[in-house]
Design a protein around this ligand. Structure first.
Ligand code: C5P
Length: 301
């Protein structure tokens, strides 16, 4: 008896970052778009909580209780007064420490899978509240599609998307720590007033229309200078994708994955080829957006 949940990666098409708050977090206007790269989280009853992981980056995934999937199982078990004795297996396809919310995806996936396995039927808003406690990006992994995240990114307003967007992702050699990138953001802004983050109406309109050219003109990531400062070689990757015909090139979230918006499927293939030929990245993935949020694919039997 087991339950499998499929959860998408995300790219931030707009990541407007405000100044550091008293709690250390930053207020955001964060436009999330779920993309069709997925982790699959399977939970099975076991005699104790344990995690295993498979996939090319599996060796980089922590298998202790710091993993968001374990924390999700423990949080849900704690609320319902039961033990979290499950084996969580993560089939990992989302780049690790890449700025694509792979860890958050596993948290949302494990939460939904345990809820189903244990037959709890926890209301959606309660699941979202648990997600928000686990991390700023976890609620979005649950809902997928596209959404504006405010607060520290956890307060979501779903956004309409009127078409399919073609993306290419270049995976970097190595990862970037999200707190380190925010720390570098603070350092780069030291002594200056950081503007209040605001969602771009042009960007949400471009999403609504499914217009890739208009979206390309409005994408932006305030963390990009900080990510480039810590990982300067990403500039070459961004240039290579731009020269390969991408409509827009940006760092995904806190990086170091870089994201390239293409006009159509054919152009996405050309961008992917140019990136591979440039030798400025570890590997390249093509994916469509929007993608659905966490979804049960193999219910308990
Ligand atoms: O919420 P999450 O655990 O994913 O955040 C990881 C780290 O990223 C935080 O500890 C903080 O350093 C930084 N962060 C931030 N402002 C946000 C989201 C994350 O400073 N809105």
């Amino acid at each position: 008896m087991s339950v499998t949940v499929r959860v998408p990666a995300k790219v931030n098409v707009q990541l407007a970052v405000g100044g550091a708050r008293a709690d250390g977090f930053h207020d955001l206007a964060n436009v999330f778009l779920a993309v069709g790269l997925y982790d699959e989280v399977t939970v099975t009853p076991a005699d104790r909580l344990r995690i295993t992981c498979s996939g090319p980056d599996a060796h980089q995934v922590p298998l202790d209780h710091s993993n968001l999937a374990a924390r999700a199982a423990l949080a849900l078990a704690g609320r319902s007064g039961r033990s979290a004795d499950v084996h969580i297996h993560i089939a990992k396809d989302i780049p690790v420490a890449g700025g694509m919310a792979g860890g958050s995806a596993d948290g949302a996936g494990a939460l939904l899978a345990c809820d189903e396995l244990w037959g709890l039927g926890t209301p959606r808003d309660e699941l979202l509240a648990i997600c928000a406690e686990l991390g700023s990006d976890v609620p979005f992994s649950l809902i997928g599609g596209a959404a504006l995240g405010t607060g520290r990114g956890e307060q979501l307003t779903p956004l309409e998307v009127g078409g399919t967007f073609h993306w290419v992702f270049a995976l970097a050699d190595g990862g970037l720590s999200t707190p380190a990138v925010y720390g570098e953001f603070d350092r780069l802004w030291e002594g200056r007033e950081v503007p209040v983050p605001e969602a771009s109406p042009e960007l949400t309109e471009a999403l609504r229309l499914g217009d890739a050219t208009a979206l390309a003109e409005t994408v932006g990531n305030d963390l990009q200078p900080a990510a480039l400062s810590l990982f300067p070689s990403l500039r070459q990757t961004l240039t290579a994708g731009g020269e390969g015909g991408a409509l827009a090139a940006l760092v995904s979230g806190s990086g170091p994955t870089t994201a390239f918006l293409a006009k159509d499927a054919e152009s996405a293939e050309s961008v992917a080829e140019a990136l591979l030929a440039s030798d400025t990245c570890r590997s390249v993935r093509v994916a469509l957006a929007p993608a659905p949020g966490a979804t049960v694919v193999a219910p308990a039997v």
